[in-house]
Design a protein around this ligand. Structure first.
Ligand code: GLC
Length: 702
C-alpha cells in the first residue's frame, strides 16, 4: 500500500507526488528495509557519491560536512555540523546557544538532564538545517590533562558514559538529527593525536573504553566517527579489528562510520570505514569502482538507514544555516543544565549559601566579568552574549549592575544594605577587606582545546597568586568562597584556606545566573565529580610509555589496564583530593541498610536536612581477592555499576532501588570472545561518592 506522505503544500508539488509514491516512502517498512529499497533504485555512481564528502564550502560559511542531494530520488543532502556542545557557526557567531559541555552535564549524573541537553541541542541543529550532529563526544577520560576531556560525557568511568550517552542519542535523534558518537576509539589524548598509536589490549578496550559507544549503539545511534590515532599500530579508520570485528560484529553497530576530518588513510571500506570526510582523497568515484558492488550496496544501506530512522525522508528539513536559532528559552534551559551540574566541593561552617540581605560582598577575578564558558576547537560555540556573574550577583542583591572594567568599582543599595565591590584580582586584597566585607567570592578559570593537551592542572600564575593572596585573608566573620570553571581535573592547593568551593566545568553561556542561584541558595547544588581531582601532577605516576608515549610520542601503551582514575587510587590506597562521585549539598542525606534480593539492591535514603535537595545514589561492585579470565587479571577494588538521582524534600524518605544486569557482573572473555559472568562473591557498596560509602552488602553471583 503506497503511503501517502502527509506533506505540506508547497511549490515543488512534483516532488511531493513522487514522495507519496516512491516505494521507499512506505513507512510500514523498517528504516533498513526502506534504505535497501532506495539503494536498489540508485545507479552505481549515485551509490558511490554517498561514500565521501565534498568539503565545507567557503570555510565555515557552510556545514562542516556535506554530501550532495540526489534530487532524482528525493535523497536530501547530508549536512553535518559540529559539535558535542552545540552548533558551531563561525560565520554567524551567536546564532546558536553555547551549551554546557559534555563533561559538564555529565556532572549532573542525571539522565533527564542529559535528555534535555540532547533535545535542545538537536532542535538547534534541525533549525539550522543540519541532519547530523557531530556529537556527543564519549571517550573515557584516561588522561587528566587531555585537551578534550571537557567534551566527553563519560568522565573517567565507562559505566557513567554507557548510561548517560543513551538519553542524549535518543533526544538528538528525536529532533530528526542523526547523532554521531565520537571519537571511536581510544582518542584519549590530543598530544600527537594524528599519529600516536594507542596500544590497548582487547579486554581493556571492551571493559574500559567501548562501553560508552555500546551505550550509544543500544540507543540506536546512527553514526560513529573513527579517530585520528592508531590502535595497536593500525590507523583507527582502517582498523579491521576495532571497526569490523569489535564495533560492527561484536557490538552489533548497524549505522555507518565516517572518518574524522582527514583521518582516512586508504580505501578502507572493507576494514569498516563507510564514508570519508570531509573530501574524497581515498574514497572517490574511480577508487570505489574497484570495490565489489555488494560491499558498496551494504555501505549505502548503512548510511541511508539512520536518515529513515530519524525521519529525514518523511519530513524534509526546510531550514537554512543562516537561521538564528538561539532564544531566551534555550538560554534558560542552558542555565538549568548548568545549575544541575554544579558541584559543591567544600562547604565549611555552612558558609554557603550566602544570605542575600545586608550583605557586603567582594567579587574577585576577571572570570566574574569576562567569563570563559566553553572549551576550544571544533566544538567551540561562541555565544551571542554572556551575562557575567558580576551582574547576576548585583541583580540578586538588588544592586545596580557594576561596570566590571574598573577594578575596585562598587555599588551599594542603602535600601537593603547590600554592597558589591568588584576587584579584577590583579592587586592584593585591600587591608581592611575582612572587616569591610562579609564575604569574598573568587572566580577563576582555566580551559583547554582540541589539538593539544593541557601542560598542567593549575590555573596559571596570576590566578594562583590571586587565590593565594585572597585566601590568606582572615576574619572571624569573613567567608571566602571560590568558583572555578575548568575543562577537567585541577589542583586546588589553597582549598584549606577557603570556606566554600564550587565547580561548574565548562558551564555554557548562562553560567552567570546559574552559579549565582547556587551561591545564594535559589538552587541546591547536586552535581557529582565525573572524574577524580588529584593532589598533585601525574599522581597516578604514568610513565612516558603510557603517556604521552615513546618514539617521539608515537606509541602510548595502556599498561595500566583498568587502573586509572579512582580504580588506580583504590588499588594503591591513595586518597585523592576530591573523589570520583564527590559532591556536597545544602542538605544532608542518610542511607539505611542494604537489602539485596537477587540482582536488586535497595536502600532507604532520607533527606535529613532543612532544604529540598537531590542525591545521586551510587552503586559500586567489587570482587576482591578474585581473578577472572585466562589472563587472571586483578580486579579493581570497586567499579561503578549503577546510580540514580533522587529528589527529596526535608524529612522525606524513599527506597532507592538499583538492579544489576549480567553485563554489569561480567568480564570480557578473550577466549570465547564474549562476556562471561564473574561467578563468586560480589562486594556491594552504596554511597554518596566512591569514597563516601554509606552501606555495604554481599551478592552471590551465579
Ligand atoms: C575535528 C575533530 C572532530 C570534528 C571534525 C569536524 O578535527 O576531531 O571532532 O567533528 O574535525 O570539524
Amino acid at each position: 500500500v503506497a503511503t501517502v506522505t502527509n506533506v505540506s503544500a508547497n511549490n515543488n508539488n512534483n516532488n511531493n507526488k513522487n514522495l507519496a509514491t516512491d516505494p521507499w516512502m512506505n513507512a510500514q517498512s523498517s528504516p533498513e528495509q526502506r534504505a535497501r529499497i532506495l539503494m536498489s533504485h540508485m545507479t552505481s555512481e549515485e551509490k558511490r557519491s554517498m561514500l565521501y564528502g565534498t568539503g565545507d564550502g567557503e570555510k565555515h560559511a557552510n556545514y562542516v560536512g556535506n554530501v550532495p542531494a540526489i534530487p532524482r530520488l528525493n535523497i536530501p543532502a547530508l549536512k553535518y555540523n559540529d559539535g558535542p556542545q552545540g552548533f558551531r557557526d563561525n560565520a554567524m557567531l551567536g546564532s546558536t546557544t553555547a551549551w554546557p559541555s559534555g563533561l559538564t552535564v555529565a556532572a549532573s549524573w542525571d539522565t533527564e538532564t542529559m535528555r534535555t541537553w540532547g533535545e535542545a541541542m538537536g532542535k538547534e541543529f534541525f533549525d539550522k538545517g543540519a541532519n547530523v550532529q557531530l556529537g556527543p563526544g564519549v571517550c573515557v577520560a584516561r588522561i587528566p590533562r587531555n585537551g578534550r576531556n571537557f567534551e566527553y560525557l563519560s568522565g573517567e568511568d565507562p559505566h557513567l558514559g554507557y548510561i548517560l550517552v543513551q538519553p542524549v542519542i535518543n533526544a538528538i535523534q528525536g529532533q530528526q538529527v542523526v547523532a554521531n558518537a565520537k571519537h571511536y576509539v581510544n582518542n584519549n589524548q590530543e598530544t600527537n593525536r594524528h599519529f600516536v598509536s594507542e596500544n590497548v589490549d582487547e579486554r581493556t578496550r571492551f571493559e574500559m573504553y567501548y562501553p560508552p559507544f555500546k551505550g550509544a549503539i543500544e540507543a540506536g545511534v546512527g553514526s560513529m566517527m573513527c579517530s585520528y590515532n592508531k590502535i595497536n599500530h593500525i590507523w583507527s579508520c582502517e582498523n579491521n579489528s576495532t571497526l569490523m570485528t569489535d564495533l560492527k560484529t561484536r557490538m552489533g553497530f548497524k549505522g555507518y562510520v565516517m572518518s574524522d576530518w582527514g583521518a582516512t588513510h586508504s580505501l578502507s571500506i572493507e576494514q569498516g570505514l563507510d564514508q570519508e570526510m570531509p573530501l574524497n582523497k581515498s574514497f572517490n568515484q574511480e577508487s570505489l569502482k574497484t570495490i565489489p558492488q555488494y560491499i558498496i550496496d551494504d555501505t549505502v544501506v548503512r548510511i541511508l538507514t539512520p536518515f529513515f530512522q530519524v525521519g529525514t525522508f518523511d519530513n524534509p528539513n526546510p531550514n537554512e544555516i543562516s537561521n538564528n536559532v538561539t532564544s531566551v528559552e534555550h538560554v534558560e534551559i542552558a542555565r538549568e543544565l548548568s545549575e544541575n551540574s554544579t558541584i559543591l566541593l567544600k562547604n565549611d561552617e555552612e558558609a554557603l549559601p550566602l544570605k542575600a540581605h545586608n550583605l557586603k560582598v567582594a567579587i574577585v577575578g576577571t572570570q566574574a566579568w569576562n567569563p570563559i564558558v566553553h572549551g576550544g576547537g571544533s566544538g567551540e560555540v561562541v555565544p551571542a552574549w554572556v551575562k557575567p556573574p558580576l551582574w547576576s550577583i548585583c541583580d540578586i542583591l538588588g544592586v545596580e549592575r557594576i561596570d566590571g572594567s574598573t577594578s575596585g568599582s562598587s555599588n551599594c543599595n542603602a535600601g537593603n544594605g547590600n554592597c558589591v565591590t568588584y576587584y579584577d584580582g590583579t592587586d592584593s586584597p585591600p587591608p581592611s577587606v575582612s572587616s569591610e566585607f562579609d564575604a569574598a567570592i573568587l572566580f577563576i578559570q582555566t580551559t583547554s582545546s582540541e589539538g593539544s593537551d593541557r601542560t598542567n592542572l593549575t590555573f596559571g600564575t596570576s590566578q594562583e597568586e590571586m587565590v593565594t593572596k585572597w585566601s590568606a585573608v582572615e576574619g572571624k566573620f569573613f567567608k571566602k568562597i571560590l568558583v572555578m570553571s575548568t575543562p577537567g581535573a585541577v589542583l586546588t592547593p589553597w582549598s584549606d584556606r577557603l570556606h566554600g568551593m564550587l565547580l561548574n566545568f565548562m558551564p555554557g553561556q548562562a553560567m552567570g545566573d546559574a552559579i549565582t542561584n547556587v551561591i545564594f541558595g535559589e538552587v541546591n547544588p547536586s552535581g557529582k565529580l565525573p572524574l577524580t581531582f588529584p593532589n598533585k601532577e601525574n599522581e597516578q605516576e604514568m610513565t612516558e610509555s603510557q603517556y604521552p608515549g615513546l618514539d617521539n610520542a608515537g606509541n602510548a601503551t595502556y599498561t595500566e589496564g583498568f587502573f586509572f582514575g579512582y580504580r588506580w587510587y583504590d588499588k594503591h590506597k591513595v586518597t585523592p583530593k576530591y573523589s570520583f562521585g564527590h559532591g556536597l549539598s545544602y542538605t544532608t542525606f542518610s542511607y539505611g541498610k542494604l537489602s539485596i534480593s537477587g540482582r536488586t539492591i535497595s536502600c532507604d535514603i532520607t533527606n535529613t536536612g532543612e532544604v529540598y535537595g537531590s542525591e545521586v545514589v551510587q552503586l559500586y561492585v567489587g570482587f576482591s581477592d578474585q581473578k577472572f579470565g585466562s589472563d587472571q587479571r586483578e580486579e579493581p577494588v570497586k567499579q561503578l555499576k549503577g546510580f540514580e538521582k533522587y529528589y527529596l524534600s526535608p524529612g522525606e524518605s524513599i527506597t532507592a532501588t538499583l538492579t544489576l544486569t549480567d553485563r554489569d557482573l561480567s568480564y570480557w572473555n578473550v577466549d570465547s570472545k564474549s562476556w562471561s559472568l564473574k561467578v563468586g562473591k560480589a562486594d556491594i557498596s552504596v554511597g554518596s561518592s566512591s569514597s563516601d560509602i554509606r552501606s555495604n552488602g554481599v551478592m552471590n553471583v551465579q
